[in-house]
Each structure stands twice: as structure tokens, then as C-alpha cells.
Design a binder for this molecule. Structure first.
Ligand code: FES
Length: 89
């Protein structure tokens, strides 16, 4: 299944294939997104989901408050629906 990811502001859109992480899809399409370790350790890739759902093979360490606020690790998260995402906190 393919899901669409929209990054706001800027209205950048790209597709993520089943099982692909957000960061992997971003990088394959040469879209700038901060990252460093790519294994869920550094937090550089953190983004905030404004709409939609993601899942993880390996749950990252997020506080309940961060989870409720929508923070996601782009290097680990795979979309489970179309999503809207921002880098702005
Ligand atoms: S790139 Fe380091 S946590 Fe995602």
C-alpha cells in the first residue's frame, strides 16, 4: 500500500511504500529532512504529525506527552495512513 505524506508549511508531498520509513522515502526523493543516526538514537529526525497515523517495528523512547503531541521519529516511523507532517514544534 502507498501512503501520501505532506510536509507543511511548504506543501511538499511524496509517497511512502508499504514498510518504508518516512525518512527513507524523504531521502530517496532528495527532500531535505534533518537526520544523523537513522536508528532512533539521536532525535535529529523528529517531526510532528498533524494528521494521520504511523507505526514502529521498534517503539522509540517518547514520553506520553510527546506521543500525545504527535512527535515521531521519521527514521523509524512507517505511515499507516496518509499523513501531514511538520518540522515545526
Ligand atoms: S536520525 Fe537519529 S533518531 Fe532518527
Amino acid at each position: 500500500m502507498i501512503h501520501t505524506v505532506q510536509i507543511v508549511p511548504g506543501d511538499v508531498q511524496f509517497e511512502v511504500t508499504s514498510g518504508q520509513t518516512i525518512l527513507s522515502a524523504v531521502m530517496s526523493q532528495n527532500i531535505a529532512w534533518p537526520n544523523r543516526c537513522r536508528v532512533g538514537a539521536c532525535g535529529a529526525c523528529l517531526g510532528k504529525i498533524l494528521q494521520g497515523d504511523v507505526s514502529y517495528d521498534l517503539e522509540p523512547v517518547l514520553s506520553e506527552r510527546e506521543r500525545l503531541e504527535g512527535w515521531v521519529f521519521a527514521c523509524l516511523a512507517t505511515p499507516q495512513s496518509d499523513i501531514v507532517l511538520t518540522l515545526e514544534g
